[in-house]
Design a protein around this ligand. Structure first.
Ligand code: ADP
Ligand code: MG
Length: 394
């Protein structure tokens, strides 16, 4: 579905009425992580790209002391209102807490709009699928408000931190920094090699020459994602504590694979040890993958993607039978350079790199294998890399 400025304005006017004047349209992308999962909250490396898929926002000041939000993804909720002065999470309509949390976070960081606004969202991203639709709606909201009210002095990093605060503190949703970072810093034709502990990053040209990133959505969504993520955080914390008794480390990603092999028996719980194993080796894989991209060795990159999936499946326990089916079908399809689960996992999407002339067959044969085995229908996205948050002009 293509969305452009005119369509957003039209949808906005259908929702709120009034004149076109004063409506501005902004966009923030989702992301797909090519390599490095469950490393970001352990201070390690990730290697994501921003997508051309993302969240659009049309916004207009309303000169009142209330804010209105509406989303094309939740038409049944109509227009939702909250006060400019005081934001409290609403348990009954969860999604509205994302834009409300943005205002809360901006005010907490010293940026208070002078009057209310009406905002309308539409999205080309699948929601709840590991492509960071949450970070994308948060960034587009903060960015829209920042531009509309002409707030000065908000740096891109401030935006990332406000985004994280909104999701972690207002919504009480645990998540790493990757989605927030990419929704701001994304760059077309580049992956970002990011070290989560320091936020140091390098743009890495992604020359896929005759290949594309293909994202496959399993459609599997876990209702208890927050608890699953908390168990990941807890296990990683426990692992860090055991290893820190013997090693001068602050975070799991400070541990090298040699150190892990020497000290792994200090971790008594098998699940914690396996999760640590994944994090340590995954972090190393991202560094190797960065080097592979640097010299244009996409075949090596693909092998590292496959290894990452095996580790997430067998050691971290972040895959599920449906996603394994998608990845195994991809591995068995000609023209596939690499394929793995991406994002937090427990369902969601896979990311594959596929030769252009093999994409049609990929979609056909992976889709068929998935339906035969699970009775479900997979969705495919031939991904293009895109820019971080920006105004939509056309
Ligand atoms: P992910 O970030 O992987 O897509 P999350 O569970 O972190 O998954 O966030 C998804 C949630 O973000 C949705 O369930 C919804 O509450 C909110 N959200 C994302 N995009 C939109 C949108 N376009 N309109 C309204 N809410 C959205
Ligand atoms: Mg999210």
């Amino acid at each position: 579905m293509a969305i452009n400025k005119d369509l957003m304005i039209e949808e906005f006017l259908k929702t709120y009425g009034g004149e076109r004047d004063g409506i501005e349209v902004y966009f923030a992308p989702g992301q797909v992580n090519l390599l490095g999962d469950h490393t970001d909250y352990n201070g390690g490396h990730v290697l994501p790209v921003a997508l051309t898929l993302g969240t659009y926002a049309a916004i207009r000041r309303n000169d009142s002391n209330v804010c209105h939000v509406a989303s094309a993804q939740f038409p049944e909720d109509g227009i939702y209102e909250f006060p400019l002065a005081d934001q409290r999470p609403d348990e009954s309509i969860f999604w509205v807490n994302y834009p409300m949390g943005c205002l809360w976070s901006m005010i907490a960081h010293g940026h208070r709009p002078s009057c209310g606004f009406d905002i309308f969202f539409d999205s080309t991203l699948p929601l709840n699928s590991g492509l960071s639709s949450s970070a994308s709606i948060i960034t587009v909201t903060i960015y829209s408000i920042m531009k509309m009210y002409g707030f000065e002095g908000i740096s891109p990093i401030d935006l990332v931190l406000m985004n994280q605060d909104a999701e972690n503190s207002f919504l009480n949703v645990g998540c790493g920094i990757l989605g927030a970072f990419m929704s701001v810093f994304g760059k077309k034709d580049n992956a970002i090699y990011l070290k989560a502990s320091s936020l140091h990053f390098k743009y890495t040209p992604l020359s896929l020459l005759g290949k594309h990133i293909v994202i496959t959505n399993s459609g599997i969504k876990h209702a208890n994602m927050n608890e699953l993520f908390t168990s990941c955080l807890d296990d990683c914390k426990k692992g860090t504590k055991y290893l820190a008794d013997n090693l001068p480390i602050l975070r799991l990603c400070d541990v090298t694979s040699d150190q892990f092999e020497t000290y792994k028996d200090m971790i008594p719980m098998p699940q914690v040890r396996d999760r640590v194993r994944h994090v340590v080796y995954e972090n190393q894989r991202v560094m190797q993958a960065y080097n592979a991209l640097h010299v244009g060795n996409i075949t090596r990159f693909g092998k590292l993607m496959n290894e990452s999936h095996i580790s997430l499946r067998d050691f971290f326990g972040a895959s599920c039978p449906e996603v394994d089916c998608l990845v195994e079908a991809a591995w068995n399809t000609p023209g596939v350079i690499g394929s793995r689960i991406t994002g937090i996992g427990f369902g969601g999407c896979t990311v594959s790199i596929v030769e252009n002339n093999a994409i049609e067959n990929f979609i056909e044969s992976v889709g068929r294998a998935y339906t035969e085995k699970t009775g479900l229908k997979a969705e495919f996205y031939i991904a293009e890399t895109g820019e971080g948050a920006h105004e939509v002009v056309g």
